[in-house]
Structure formats: C-alpha cells, structure tokens
Design a protein around this ligand. Structure first.
Ligand code: 5GP
Length: 209
C-alpha cells in the first residue's frame, strides 16, 4: 500500500468476510490489483480443488490428517469448518507480515473473523453483503461450479452468516461491483491514514511521538 517501506510501520491486517456468492472473491481480486504491495494470505483447506484452481495460489490443499496435525501444533491463527470443509490461516503468515510491515488481506468466513477478533488481533474487519437473498441465489446459480445441493446448503448458511455482520467494523453492500471495490478501497486508505498508524512513521523533528 505504500511506495516506500518504513521500518516503523506495522503491517495492517484486513479481514474480509461474506456469505459465498456475495462477490468477495471478485472484490479481493480487484483490491489486490489496486494495491500491488498488499499480500493475500493463502489459506489451508481440506476441500477438493475446483477446476481452474492452483495449489499455493488459491489455497494450500491438504489432507484431513495434515490439517489436524496443524491444529495440534497450534499452527493456525484461526480455523473453521465452512460448508463441511476445513479452512485455516497459518499463524506464521500473519506473524511474518506483521514483522515485515506488509499489509495483508484475509478472505475468511465469519467464524474465523470472530476468532481473530476474540484473540485480540488488531485488524480491520469488513463484511460484504449481497443486495438481497434473491440476488445471492442468482449469483450462486450463475457460478456453475456447484450443484443444486451445495447451492441449497450455501443459501441456508448465508442467513446465519449475515446475522453476524453487525460484529464487523465496516459493511459493504455489493450491488454494483465497481462501487463495492471503491468502498473497500476507501476504507483501506482511511484505515492506513489513522493517526495511531501514521504517527509512528513521522520524522522525530515533528515532536509527535
Ligand atoms: P470456497 O470454498 O468457496 O473457496 O470458500 C468457502 C469459504 O471459506 C469462504 O467464505 C472463504 O472466505 C472461507 N475461507 C477461506 N479460507 C479460510 C480460512 O483460512 N479460514 C476461514 N475461517 N475461512 C476461510
């Protein structure tokens, strides 16, 4: 997010959650291209690889056994079961980003977001909403990647997920994609400009520290 690396600057953790079909993946992709220095956290999952996905780019695809071992080793900053599969964020990715001062984007479900919030992680929590449930179903159907049973399960879960939206710092309704991206971008710029974040990076001669 910043042209020059400032060693006094801590990386910002942006957590983006949404029910599937709300357009979170498209928003995250657009945001990553707008902020070339922003890094995406690649999660671990036990779910099957979808057509067009790539190991290490979309996820680290692992067995249940390997996932369980990571849980036992406390290797996850958060993990959750979503739509019957396990997903987790490696603690090491967050620690490294914070140390390097790199901003990082997490595309995770609300349960994971809650775990991070409860563990006292200093992050910016953003929830993406569809305009309404009819539009959400339409979007899930037009993806053509999941069968009717999976769509029904995701619709079912969406209501519960949306009820958690009030625990987030920001709500972005994704009606028109470009506008939703613009809102997320504005949130990120404002967060990066917060006094407590900027003050540590300013010259000593300002006498503000
Ligand atoms: P999908 O299977 O469609 O890629 O993702 C399903 C859901 O799992 C999405 O809501 C996505 O945000 C969430 N997810 C992906 N990675 C993680 C993770 O590391 N932790 C948690 N809690 N959820 C994740």
């Amino acid at each position: 997010m910043h042209g020059k690396i400032n060693m006094n600057r801590k990386g910002i953790l942006y957590i983006i959650s949404a029910p599937s079909g709300a357009g979170k993946t498209s928003i995250c992709r657009a945001i990553l291209s707008l902020f070339p220095v922003l890094r995406q956290s690649i999660s671990y999952t036990t779910r099957e690889m979808r057509h067009g996905e790539k190991e290490g780019r979309d996820y680290h695809f692992v067995s249940h056994k390997a996932f369980d071992k990571m849980i036992a080793d406390s290797a996850f900053a958060e993990w959750a079961k979503v739509h019957g599969n396990c997903y987790g964020t490696a603690r090491a990715i967050l620690e490294q980003a914070s140390e390097e001062g790199t901003d990082i984007l997490l595309d995770i479900d609300y349960q994971g977001a809650e775990q991070l919030r409860d563990s006292g992680v200093n992050g910016v929590f953003i929830f993406i909403l569809p305009p309404d449930m009819t539009e959400l179903r339409k979007r899930l159907e037009s993806r053509n990647t999941d069968d009717e049973k999976i769509i029904a399960r995701r619709m079912n879960n969406a209501a519960g997920e949306i009820s958690k939206a009030k625990n987030f710092d920001y709500l972005v309704v994704n009606d028109i994609l470009d506008q939703a991206v613009e809102k997320v971008r504005a949130i990120m710029i404002a967060e990066a400009s917060r006094t407590e974040r900027i003050i540590k990076t300013l010259p000593e001669e300002f006498g503000l520290k």
